[in-house]
Design a protein around this ligand. Structure first.
Ligand code: GRF
Length: 210
């Protein structure tokens, strides 16, 4: 059978644990023709992730992979890698996936796993980044898209966007301001990575000069 146009499009696998608003921004960017890709599968480690329903509404295959069905982290990561490979995924996008991903997945997709984090890394890695920023008293925070390595939130930075932190901000108001930027830069970073013409030098993501 001759390949269809869809078969030739770059395939994303999106891993989620919750709300799925970044997943939605990817779906929307594809729908508006701003991102030339297709989503091969959405996988959640949580059955109740609202993003699973969003994916299904968008006609995307959405799967709950229960970590309890595997004996430990490596076995689970191997299962994830196997499912992503079976769907022909080229690039894995973590979008609020609340688990550390380890060697079995990273080795299967070398420099092909992206994450979005709600701070200007390397400031405030880990959980509750917006609360960390507020408590530290920074005047600027933001969002970062980076390649995922074995070190938490420390891989080569693809794109960042900054937002002001206001005196009267709460975790909720700051998170909402950052989220607007997340939704803007994640599809853009995915496009950059899929388009190629970049290398990793040390810990830097380096784009070829035009
Ligand atoms: C986002 O703030 C993302 O940066 C962080 O987790 C949150 C996920 O939100 N990693 P959503 O599920 O995409 O709405």
């Amino acid at each position: 059978m001759a390949p269809t146009a869809d078969d030739r499009r770059r395939r994303l696998g999106v891993l989620i644990s919750g709300r799925g608003s970044n997943l939605q921004s990817i779906v929307d960017a594809i729908g508006r023709g701003r991102l030339d890709a297709t989503i091969g599968v959405v996988i959640s480690n949580r059955e109740d992730a609202a993003g699973l329903a969003r994916a299904r509404e968008a006609g995307v295959d959405a799967v709950w992979l229960n970590p309890r069905d595997w004996a430990g982290r490596d076995a689970y990561d191997r299962a994830l890698a196997g499912m992503l490979a079976a769907r022909g995924v080229d690039l894995v996008c973590l979008a609020g996936f609340m688990r550390l991903v380890g060697a079995p997945l990273l080795d299967a997709f070398p420099d092909r796993v992206l994450n979005i984090h709600p701070s200007l890394l390397p400031s405030f890695p880990g959980l509750d980044a917006q609360r960390q920023a507020l408590e530290h008293g920074v005047r600027i925070s933001g969002a970062t898209v980076h390649l995922v390595t074995g070190e938490l939130d420390a891989g080569p930075i693809v794109l960042q966007a900054a937002v002001p932190v206001n005196d009267d901000d709460t975790v909720e108001t700051l998170s909402a301001r950052i989220l607007v930027e997340e939704h803007r830069i994640y599809p853009e970073a995915i496009r950059l990575v899929l388009d190629g013409g970049w290398t990793v030098e040390g810990r830097r993501f380096v784009r070829r000069r035009p």
